[in-house]
Structure formats: structure tokens, C-alpha cells
Design a protein around this ligand. Structure first.
Ligand code: NCD
Length: 317
């Protein structure tokens, strides 16, 4: 199995690599629940977080993950950076690269931007979400949450519901869950389904009752208004009525089905607040917890590859 140099998406990963990341994440879940939450997996290494899109949980999660592994972590305030003066993404990355970081964690509004950046720098690059393309650590943390709740990560029926078209979370999850041999059902209005959906190896269903039938996992997605240029849904009220998860719709899923959401949530638009807060069904807070552990595991593995490719004095071979 090829060592992990960058983590740009789920698409190139082999199922055994996914399992390896999840198994290591379990060890980090334990560490994160201990009083002393540190190890030195990234000691001496520099991690730079470059978020070109707003983020609360993902950026906090990567910062905490890096600090717990002993890295020097720097958060670039991209809104206040030279990008505002017209510098291109690549110039910014190449400039930072000259300061010898070991890892760049990048979120960008354009699909493919993070892959491009990875070709221009000689450190490891981790995609923290690019446009509507991929968000690999979100799919991995979702997988870990599912595996812990269901005791396995195969042969499950998983309904991914809502705004699939604009969602990198959905895309990465479809790939990961497919690779692990689950049955994936996409539920939502045709206007929110991506084109070419028939090549994804999934079922597509237009109503929640049918889509949630016998589901083990119900994954709700945010309506990504910032990526829409009008006209995708009639009104939020109508959308909630047809596609918002409430207790009546959830009854169609298995009695022990779990409810997930990557956050940030629009309560009363895609999900009823009471369901989101129901600890018997909702694993939304656990997803956040798993996020830190999965990011620690992914960064640990990337940096193992990097250390192995460097001479002791720090020169790349
Ligand atoms: C997701 C994202 O940014 O793609 N959020 C996240 O990373 N927790 C989903 C979203 O913004 O709706």
C-alpha cells in the first residue's frame, strides 16, 4: 500500500487505508478522553492552517489536533492576508512553503484548488474542504462515528438527505461508504441532486418516507445557500415540510437508526431541533468529538510518511 503523502480526498484511498486511519483514530479517542491529552507525534514539525472559507468546528478541530500532537500550529487569517491585495492562491502557498512548513491544512471555495496547491509545494497537504469536491476528514469522522455506533462499517443502509448537489461532505461520504460496501441512498429533490449521479453507484429517492425506509443511518445535510445562485427550492418552509427531518419521517428508519449532521445546522430547515438534541438518536456531538481524533490520526500518518522521506538534517531526498 502506498504511503500517504497528502490527504486530498477519499477517492484515491484503498479500503485498508481507511481502516488504518480509523483504527489509529480509536487510539486518539482514548487519548483525548484522558486528563493528559498530548503525545509528540508531530513534535518539531510545523502545521499551517489556511482557511479561505469561514469555518468554526473544522478549523478548531485541526488546531486542537495539531497542538495535541505537539506541532507548532499557525492559523493564517486568510481574510486579512495578501489574498486581499490580489495575490493568487499559488503565490501565497509558495511563499508559505519557503518557510518550511511540514503540513498545510487548506480549505478553499473552489473545487480542485487544494489538489493544484499540493503540486506546487513540497510539504504534505491536507484538504479541509474544497468547493463541492471533497472533505475527506469529514467522511472519515462520519465513518468512525458510524462504526462505533453500529459496531461495523459494512452492509449498512445509509440515507444521505438534502442538498447533495452542493455538498463535498456527501461526495466524500458516498465514496467512502461505497468502498466499504454499504448501501447508500440519496434522498432529496431533483434540483439538489448532482448531474451524473447515475455513475455514483447509489440509489436516488425523491421522498423521505421511501428514502428512510429501514435505514441504519440518517445523515442530514445543510442547505448550502452560499453555493446556490437562486431557484433550487420553492421556500424553506416547503422544504422543511417535504425534506426536513422530524419525528414522523424518522419513524420510517430502523428503530435504532442514528441521526447525523456535519454542522453547522439550520434548525427548522433541514432538521427539527428536538431531534438534533435527542441523545438517544442524534450522534451530532459525537461527530465533533471524533473529528479531533480522526484529524490527529490523519496528520500522524502523513507526518510518518514525511519523516521517512527526510534525511536527519531535514533535507528532502
Ligand atoms: C461542512 C463543510 O464545510 O463542508 N461543514 C463542516 O465541515 N463541518 C458542511 C457544511 O458546511 O454544511
Amino acid at each position: 500500500m502506498a504511503p500517504l503523502k497528502h490527504l486530498l480526498g477519499i477517492e484515491p484511498l484503498h479500503p485498508t487505508q481507511i481502516t488504518e486511519i480509523l483504527d489509529l483514530s480509536e487510539r486518539y479517542v482514548t487519548l483525548n478522553r484522558a486528563v493528559h491529552k498530548h503525545n509528540d507525534a508531530l513534535a518539531g514539525l510545523t502545521q499551517i492552517n489556511m482557511f479561505f472559507e469561514n469555518s468554526t468546528r473544522t478549523q478548531a478541530s485541526f488546531e486542537l489536533a495539531g497542538k495535541r500532537l505537539g506541532a507548532d500550529v499557525m492559523n493564517m487569517a486568510m481574510q486579512a492576508s495578501s489574498v486581499k491585495k490580489g495575490e493568487t492562491l499559488i503565490d501565497t502557498a509558495v511563499t508559505l512553503n519557503a518557510m518550511h512548513p511540514d503540513l498545510l491544512v487548506v480549505r478553499h471555495p473552489h473545487s480542485g484548488a487544494v489538489d493544484l496547491l499540493a503540486q506546487k509545494v513540497n510539504c504534505a497537504v491536507l484538504n479541509a474542504g474544497d468547493g463541492r469536491h471533497e472533505h475527506p476528514t469529514q467522511a472519515l469522522l462520519d465513518a468512525l462515528t458510524i462504526r462505533r455506533a453500529k459496531g461495523r462499517l459494512h452492509r449498512l443502509t445509509i440515507a444521505i438527505c438534502g442538498d447533495i448537489a452542493h455538498s463535498r461532505v456527501a461526495r466524500s461520504n458516498i465514496m467512502l461508504l461505497g468502498k466499504m460496501e454499504n448501501r447508500v441512498r440519496l434522498v432529496g429533490p431533483p434540483t439538489l441532486m448532482p448531474s451524473g449521479i447515475e455513475h455514483f453507484g447509489v440509489e436516488v429517492v425523491e421522498n423521505m418516507e421511501e428514502g428512510l425506509k429501514d435505514a441504519d443511518v440518517v445523515m442530514m445535510l445543510r442547505l448550502q445557500k452560499e453555493r446556490m445562485d437562486g431557484g433550487f427550492i420553492p421556500s424553506e418552509r416547503e422544504y422543511y415540510h417535504r425534506f426536513g427531518l422530524d419525528s414522523a419521517k424518522l419513524k420510517h428508519a430502523k428503530p435504532d437508526a442514528i441521526v447525523m449532521h456535519p454542522g453547522p445546522m439550520n434548525r427548522g430547515v433541514e432538521i427539527d431541533g428536538e431531534i438534533a438534541d435527542d441523545l438517544n438518536r442524534s450522534v451530532i456531538q459525537e461527530q465533533v468529538e471524533m473529528g479531533v481524533a480522526v484529524r490527529m490520526a490523519a496528520m500522524d500518518l502523513l507526518m510518518q510518511t514525511r519523516r521517512a522521506s527526510m534525511k536527519p538534517q531535514g533535507v528532502m531526498v
